[in-house]
Design a protein around this ligand. Structure first.
Ligand code: DI6
Ligand code: FE
Length: 391
């Protein structure tokens, strides 16, 4: 039955073997087969099953928080003003450097656990709050360790160009050279990242600087994400597409040429409505144009202390509908199938035989409920890597 564009199986059963989906089909047939093979079954009493959710853009590992800047903004300061005055990302860098490995891991696990409770089984975690080689490697190591503490598979991203460290303000070129050379080599040697990312923005790095780093990463076989068009259009979407990026993220500001380039390259557009909401932006991404061009759209939390203190992917789905006008179906594809594509992963995000047995189960009547409610959590459990966990 195809009542939803996503595909829907009523009264269905799913068989799992060795951490993979072995079979999907009618429940009666599945139960008969299970009985004849004497394998255990679990009755989910009419719950909906979806692929385990995928949060494909987070900055989960950081020290401190930025509630004070939240207050400053409410008293009239802008995000850019705070950043230029040495606050913003740099203040989190200072707090992160001053936090022990154990405390950083504990805080990141706490955030990730909230995602897990909402059916998330894969999360992408970026570095970017270290800004020295040692600190960036430390954050990537801690990000990897989060996956050992929870039923969660973690993809790590080396966000090498996030902010220019305050101590190198006069040496931009040297910093970009180092990050694109020795730092990338160390990340590769220690196998700490699956991809790279850069903040291509007027308050961060230029397209030329971003391109130098991205080229170096591609030459080493890493995947690419870009923070593109969050505050202004510097042509980062085209840059991402030109280098075969898995995703271009934010995209409040992107023109037709950028959209066409992404469509041609298959680069996924990652919508981050919690950041848009927090910054009270008034220029949403051109969702209708992205849809028309056939660009796949994903939805993620962007969990970070500055612009998206958000550990609810369901809330991000709601915001994607209400603020950006995605349909509930698009948001569900955006946290499953298209989020997997945004991470370069072909083994998950869809319920199909042979794929990873990562599933989420929901006490809902129809899938639209997942993005309809604010603050509800209808997840009753997940299967991650073939193992059941109730929430
Ligand atoms: N874009 C964002 O929204 C975050 N990083 C980025 O590149 C903001 C990070 C922060 O303000 O701490
Ligand atoms: Fe981000």
């Amino acid at each position: 039955m195809q009542a939803h564009g996503l595909g829907e199986l009523r009264d269905g059963a799913i068989a799992i073997r060795g951490g993979r989906i072995a079979w999907l089909g009618p429940a009666a047939q599945g139960l008969a087969q299970a009985a004849s093979m004497k394998v255990p079954t679990r009755d989910l009493r009419g719950a909906w099953a979806t692929p385990g959710l995928i949060d494909c853009h987070t900055h989960l590992v950081f020290g401190g928080n930025r509630a004070a800047e939240f207050e400053q903004r409410l008293n009239g300061a802008s995000y850019e003003e705070i950043a230029r005055a040495g606050g913003g990302i740099q203040s989190t860098v200072n707090a992160t450097r001053a936090t022990t490995d154990e405390a950083l891991l504990r805080a990141a696990v706490q955030r990730a656990a909230r995602l897990c409770a909402e059916g998330v089984t894969t999360v992408e975690i970026k570095s970017g709050y270290g800004l020295t080689l040692e600190q960036e490697l430390r954050l990537l190591r801690i990000a990897r360790a989060v996956g050992g503490e929870l039923p969660l598979s973690v993809q790590t991203t080396f966000l090498g160009l996030h902010a220019l460290p305050a101590e190198l303000r006069e040496r931009r070129g040297d910093f970009v050279d180092a990050v694109s050379g020795a730092w990338l080599d160390a990340v590769m040697e220690q196998k700490l990242a699956d991809a790279v990312d850069a903040f291509c923005e007027s308050i961060a790095f230029t397209p030329a600087e971003t391109e130098r780093f991205v080229q170096a990463a591609r030459a080493r076989g890493l995947g690419v994400h870009l923070h593109a068009g969050q505050l202004s259009d510097l042509g980062a979407a085209q840059l991402a597409a030109r280098h075969g990026a898995w995703s271009a993220d934010h995209l409040e500001y992107v023109d037709e040429a950028g959209i066409a380039a992404m469509a041609a390259a298959g680069t996924v557009a990652v919508m981050l409505p919690a950041a848009f909401y927090t910054l009270r932006q008034d220029h949403p991404p051109p969702v209708a144009a992205l849809r028309r061009a056939g660009v796949r759209m994903a939805v993620a939390t962007d969990c970070n202390p500055g612009t998206a203190p958000c550990t609810s992917l369901l809330l991000a789905m709601n915001m994607a509908c209400t603020l950006f006008r995605l349909t509930p179906e698009e948001t569900l594809a955006g946290v499953t199938r298209n989020a997997a594509a945004a991470l370069g992963l072909a083994d998950r995000g869809v319920l199909a035989p042979g794929l990873r047995a990562d599933l989420a189960f929901w006490q809902i009547e129809r899938p639209a409920e997942l993005s309809y409610a604010l603050g509800a959590n209808p997840c009753i459990g997940v299967i991650q890597d073939g193992r059941w966990r109730s929430s």
